[in-house]
Design a protein around this ligand. Structure first.
Ligand code: ATP
Ligand code: MG
Length: 453
């Protein structure tokens, strides 16, 4: 089984983890890219065209002024004519007699209007020109070399550019932010039912009381949610039926057993009675085992429990019976020790660990090793022995209810009913964990149980 929370690939680490983030990215990425493309391509070209046309007008004005000046027979009139023209056109015009220009042109890339004007001037005016973009703020200083002197004009830049081109961009950004906020509100509502389903399924998987919820949201999500709810109630019903049946059988067996015990008590001193009495004892123990298995862990509440302490308790119990148990558990007093507190059914987990350690004692070579590892996502307990182990082919069978190995059957001290592993497995499953059997480095069986956090 692959862990859904396994470490993601390198590039996936940069993506949002949740559905909301991902859906939002899917929504926002095309919008942003579209806006950038539109801004760069369309608006740029449109503004370029407008600027070109406007600067052409200015260039044509300047050309006609130059022609007017050239045509004046008397230089003395030029000043007067230019003053009149300047008044009507709205920017300064002047003439310097017998002057010469240095026809040099600098065109900084950021002065879009100046660049357009220079280009059109060069194609429209045959006289040498010089253009200075820096001398006058917000205007362009143009000098035209005429036959009798230099004509200077300072058309303002706004004559060549459309006003407030960024206005459109501001509008676009504002509207998209507004739309994205609305989209995110709707998206959040769609994601909520999926989150609820995930929480309920996770809790059910760990055997914890699941919050009840009503299927909501998009149709697919609603279908998945109601399928989950149906499945959950079916599983709960099946567990209840199994419990009912097993406890019924056990209970019915107990009545004749009690009668037999009474009859045996009457027959004192009979050597056969002693043997029979031992058998009745064993049967009673088995029936108790069945009842415990059937009852399962239903009644018990899940509470935050220190798993390390539970394990320690089981180990201490084993040691008191004289078993050699070598344990490696984190120090409970160390402040930077790992956190081993989980949501557990304490008694069930205690029974599970006791069954496993009992098995290692009973079928092992005398020594048992127990370790606890606290990992970020789970806590693992490993139980090993130095006995003969279990052949691979049998491992699947021995965790089934009522299955007992040959050695166990021949052991008359045993009295086991073949339920130890099944109960342990049951408990682990009910906590959303699992149990793995393998070979131990010490020669015997290795049992690992994983508790998810
Ligand atoms: N550590 C082990 N080494 C070798 N065989 C084992 C080990 N643990 C269990 N087994 C085998 O697996 C069988 C099933 O074990 P399980 O604990 O389910 O039942 P049991 O021990 O026979 O009875 P119960 O636990 O109910 O008293 C055992 O009968 C035994 O043959
Ligand atoms: Mg056992």
């Amino acid at each position: 089984m692959t862990d859904p929370r396994a470490t993601p690939k390198r590039w996936q680490r940069f993506l949002p983890k949740g559905l909301f983030g991902r859906a939002f990215l899917i929504l926002i990425a095309p919008v942003v890219i579209l806006q950038i493309v539109i801004t760069l391509v369309f608006i740029q070209r449109h503004l370029d065209g407008v600027t070109r046309q406007m600067s052409e007008t200015v260039a044509m004005e300047l050309r006609s002024f130059a022609a007017v000046v050239e045509r004046q027979p008397d230089i003395a009139d030029v000043e007067h004519v230019l003053a009149e023209l300047s008044d009507s056109i709205g920017y300064p015009l002047s003439f310097a007699e017998d002057d010469y220009i240095d026809p040099q042109i600098r065109r900084p890339f950021y002065r879009i209007a100046a660049r357009a004007l220079i280009e059109t001037l060069q194609s429209l005016i045959k006289h040498p020109i010089s253009v200075d973009t820096e001398r006058v703020p917000k205007a362009i200083d143009v000098k035209i070399q005429l036959s009798k002197g230099v004509l200077t004009a300072q058309p303002p830049e706004r004559r060549m550019m459309s006003a407030n081109p960024h206005f459109l961009l501001v509008w676009m950004a504002a509207v998209s932010v507004f739309l994205l906020v609305i989209a995110s509100l709707f998206l959040r509502n769609q994601v909520r039912p999926i989150k609820q389903l995930a929480v309920a399924a996770e809790a059910f998987g760990k055997g914890q009381p699941a919050p009840s919820f009503k299927p909501a949201g998009a149709e697919e999500v609603r279908r998945a949610a109601s399928a989950f709810l149906t499945m959950r109630s079916r599983i709960e019903r099946q567990i209840a039926q199994r419990t009912l049946m097993l406890s019924g059988v056990s209970h019915d067996l107990r009545t004749p057993l009690t009668r037999m015990r009474l009859a045996l008590a009457m027959m004192d001193d009979d050597p056969d009675a002693a043997l029979l009495s031992r058998d009745v004892d064993e049967m009673e123990r088995m029936v108790d085992g069945f009842l415990a298995f059937a009852r399962g862990q239903e009644a018990e509440e899940v509470t935050p429990t220190d798993l390390r302490a539970v394990l320690d308790d089981v180990i201490e119990g084993g040691r008191r019976l004289g078993h050699e148990i070598i344990s490696a558990l984190p120090d409970p007093l160390s402040p930077e020790g790992p956190d081993t507190t989980l949501s557990l059914r304490r008694d069930a987990v205690h029974r599970c660990l006791r069954n496993l350690i009992e098995n290692a004692v009973k079928y092992g070579g005398g020594k048992v090793w127990v370790t606890l590892d606290a990992e970020p996502r789970r806590v693992t307990i490993t139980i090993e022995d130095d006995g003969p182990g279990v052949p691979e082919a049998l491992r699947e069978d021995i965790v089934k209810p009522f299955f007992r190995g040959d050695a166990a059957r021949n052991q008359d001290s045993g009295g086991g009913s073949g339920l130890g592993f099944s109960i342990a497995m049951d408990v682990m499953r009910a906590h959303g964990g699992d149990m793995v059997l393998s070979d131990s480095a010490h020669g015997g069986l290795q049992v690992r149980v994983h508790f998810p956090r």
